[in-house]
Structures are given as C-alpha cells and as structure tokens.
Design a protein around this ligand. Structure first.
Ligand code: LLP
Length: 463
C-alpha cells in the first residue's frame, strides 16, 4: 500500500520465484531518516537507540514485542502542522491512528485539536482533559448514546454522515436544549490513489453524502431547517496514505462549489471547510511524503483561488492528519525466535509478535522495512520474510527484506513507521497479549499503554 515497489531482492536471483530481485545496494546497518523517528540512531556498540536509550536496555526493561514512541518527534510534528496551518486554520489529530491519554495531553499542550470516531475515543479524550470544544466527533453510525455523550460534553463539532444522523443529533440537541455545531460529510467522487479499503471519496462506499445526485445539497437543506443544529461547514476526507495533492485539489474545488450553491439557494455562507486527513508517510525509502508547510500552502492556495472565483469569502480550513503525525514516530521492537532457511526461496524469520500488533501487511499489502536493532553486522545480506507467531500463513510483518545472514534467535529486530494503525488495530488473535506503548523523551522512557496480561484476558472471560 505504500507506493514503494517490492524491494530489490535476494542474493540468489536465479533460484527465486519471482526472479526480479537484486542484492540491496545500501548498507544493511544504515538507517534512512525518512522512515525512522527523529531521535533514532545507532550507538557505538551498534545498537539502535531512541532518545539516547539503546533498544537492548529498553527490551530488558519493557520486554518485546513493544512499540517505542518518540515523544520528541511526536511533539515536533504537532508543532510543524500547527505552525504550517497558522492561526487561521485548525489541525485536528485523527485519534484513530493511535490514541492514549498521554497523546491527548501532548496534543493539548501543542495546541492541536482532536478528531474522535467512537465513544471510546471520546471517553479517552475527555478523561485526559482535552477541552470538548476542541473535539470533532466522526463516524458513519454513531449510536444515540454516543451522540448524547458528545452533545452533553459540548464537543466543538459533530460531523454528520447520513440523513438519519441529521435527525438524531438534532433530536438530542433539542432534548438537551442546546444548538450543536455540525458539519456535513460529503463524498466528492474522487478516486484517491491508494488501497481500496482506505479510499473514501469515490461514490460506491459507506461514508458521507454524495455531491453527485444532490444528496449533500439535500442534507444541507434538512440541517438548516433544524433549530438544534448549527451548520458550520462541509467536510470531505478522500482516503489515506495519499501522496498526490491532485485528489485534494478536486475535493476542495467540489466542496467550494457546494458552498456557492448553498449561498445561492439559502443566502448562507458556511464559514468552515474540513479537507480531512490522509497524507502519506514514508514506510520505505521509495516513499516521498510532503512536508506540512507544503501541504498547508497547496491547500490554502486551492481554497482561496476557488473561493475567489465563486465570489465567496475564504472559509476557515481544517485538516485531520493522523498517520502523518504519529506514523513515523514509533517503531516496533521484536525478538527473533526462529530463523528458517527455505532452500531456493528465502529465509523465514519468526518474531514474538505478528498480525496481532500489525495487521496492515496482511490487510492492505502494506510494505515495511526492518533492521537488526541489537547490533550491527557485516555478514552477507539474505532475503527474509519476517513473520509472526500466529496460526495463519498470512501472518506476515515484512514481506520482503534483507537482513544479515548471521541473524540468530535472540537478536532484536525493529520495524519503523508503525506509529499509526498498528497498536490501534491490534487484536487478541490467538489470545495474544497486546504490546505496550513506551514513550521515550530525552533519555527517559515510560509506559503510556501497558502490556496486556493473561489476567486481562481472563477478566473479560466471565466463564
Ligand atoms: N479524518 C477522517 C474522517 C478519517 O476517516 C481518517 C482516517 C482520518 C481523518 C485520518 O487519516 P490519516 O491522516 O491517518 O490517513 N487503517 C488504515 C487507515 C484507515 C483510515 C481511516 N480514516 C491503515 O492502516 O492504513
């Protein structure tokens, strides 16, 4: 799903099934800063370090598998997004990428807002002290109980996703005697260049109300009639892991067209538009993500231009990056359990986690890289597949990679760019215990989400 092609391949090209691999050009011990969190280095003993702490020590203290999240990097990325968009725009971190109470506090301190998409995320946000006014509540089928909780808390906006929901939110607002700020999520009919499961703006899917055919315009009509709703804007999210700004351009143009139609029909200029998240990150060296300031500039120019030509005042813009903030800031640390060479094919390296802590490879064909993290090695490169310990042959963490041929059980492997949608999509498949998330900042490491225990599992199983 990352744009990168399958990596240049193994040593024995003649015996490999696909036949188009060649030996890796790069030094296997080298770290491409594009895919690693900002403070990751190697120390003089060759061990990977984050925030100055060697992974060998971290593994002893926190165990494996574990996610190590570079707090310094996370905060720097928050600031980069906030500064790039400035005071006239809002950045909402998409909590679905990864949310914990510590993350909520960092966001709050760094001046970001938060997008939540479930009662659980909302509860986490409120519990950790995010002011409700800075929360946007999303989802294509929010329950009435979730809506009530959000309205009661006073969330800054609810993003309406269906005709039913327009009525439900208005009803709850009436009951509580408030006027709830809302946006309407529209599908703009853009084919985002990304994996089918994470593209969301083409018409044949479950999210939003389509611009084509007039559903979105009808939703505006209905929302404007209801006293309990304060329609503040239009929302569009075109998909995820997108590099090409063309999709955002089309989306912004179509959303602005709707604003112009709304003005013409109702005499109302809606003051906000939200262009969603979806900005891609580097999972491998082949990926070239845009910097926040480039994205802010491009989006700002598109919206301003379109509004000028439609004779509209430029609305306040918001965006919802999730992956682009947290994705690059974490890596997963695993311990090698078995090394199984398959003659003429490749070597299978089994680690102590797998699809329960990273489902993305199995689900989206996502590509990751991996490095030997506990030491360096000058051994020959060997083609490996890094697999997990689950009872499933699709339990692959890294489909194709090179690791040193002297790799052995007990070595530590690190997979970069696992901050987004890995811990948040983790499961208990095979009664796996979900790994902890350890935040590292300037030489200090602390658990922000603890490792699950067998006791946790048994507590849910009431017998
Ligand atoms: N806003 C809305 C309304 C969204 O639905 C999403 C993601 C985002 C923002 C944040 O998108 P991001 O900037 O993180 O790409 N599990 C998939 C990704 C699903 C994204 C769902 N919505 C994956 O692992 O790639």
């Amino acid at each position: 799903m990352s744009r990168s092609a399958h990596p240049a391949g193994p040593r024995h090209a003649d015996v490999l099934p696909e036949g188009h691999y060649s030996a890796p050009a790069e030094d296997l011990n080298a770290l491409d800063p594009k895919v690693w969190a900002r403070t990751v280095r190697r120390d003089e003993d060759g061990a990977l370090t984050v925030g100055g702490l060697p992974v060998t020590r971290l593994a002893e203290e926190f165990g494996t598998p574990a996610f190590f999240l570079d707090e310094t990097d996370f905060r720097a990325r928050c600031r980069a997004w906030r500064d790039a968009f400035g005071a006239d725009a809002d950045v909402f971190y998409a909590g679905k990428a990864f949310l914990s109470r510590a993350v909520v506090r960092w966001l709050h301190e760094e001046g970001l807002n938060l997008d939540v998409c479930s009662g659980g995320e909302l509860a986490t946000a409120l519990d950790a002290g995010m002011p409700a006014a800075r929360i946007a509540f999303h989802g294509n089928n929010k329950t009435t109980a979730e809506i009530r909780r959000a309205v009661e808390a006073g969330v800054g906006r609810i993003v309406l996703d269906s005709f039913e929901e327009i009525v439900r939110v208005a009803h709850v607002a009436d009951e509580l005697g408030v006027r709830q700020p809302v946006q309407i999520r529209v599908t703009v009919g853009v084919e985002a260049h990304t994996h089918e499961f994470i593209a969301t703006a083409h018409e044949d899917q479950k999210f939003g109300l389509a611009l084509a055919g007039g559903q979105a315009a009808e939703a505006v009509r209905r929302a404007l009639k209801l006293d309990g709703l304060e329609l503040i804007g239009i929302h569009s999210h075109i998909g995820s892991q997108i590099f090409d700004m063309a999709g955002f351009e089309v989306s912004a143009r179509r959303v602005v067209q709707l604003l112009a139609e709304v003005r013409d029909e109702h005499g109302v200029e809606l003051p906000e538009i939200d262009l969603g998240g979806g900005l891609g990150i580097a999972y491998t060296s082949d990926d070239d993500p845009r910097e926040p300031h480039e994205i802010a500039k491009a989006l700002g120019e598109i919206v301003t231009r379109e509004c000028e030509s439609a004779g509209l005042a430029t609305p306040r813009i918001s965006v919802e990056p999730g992956r682009a903030i947290v994705g690059p800031t974490a890596f997963t640390l695993y311990e090698v359990g078995t090394v199984k060479p398959l003659e003429g094919l490749r070597t299978y390296v089994s680690v102590d986690g797998g699809m329960s802590d990273n489902i993305r490879t199995a689900l989206y064909d996502a590509e990751y890289t991996v490095t030997l993290a506990s030491r360096t090695s000058d051994a020959e490169p060997m083609l490996v597949r890094v697999v997990g310990k689950h009872c499933e042959s699709g339990d692959i963490v890294v489909r194709d990679a090179f690791l040193p041929a002297d790799l052995a059980p007990g070595d530590l492997l690190a997979v970069p760019a696992t901050g987004a949608y890995c811990r948040s999509m983790a499961s208990n498949y095979n009664h796996a215990l979900r790994p902890p998330v350890v935040a590292v900042d300037e030489g200090a490491a602390r658990v922000v989400v603890r490792r699950e225990t067998e006791e946790d599992l048994l507590r849910l199983d009431v017998g």
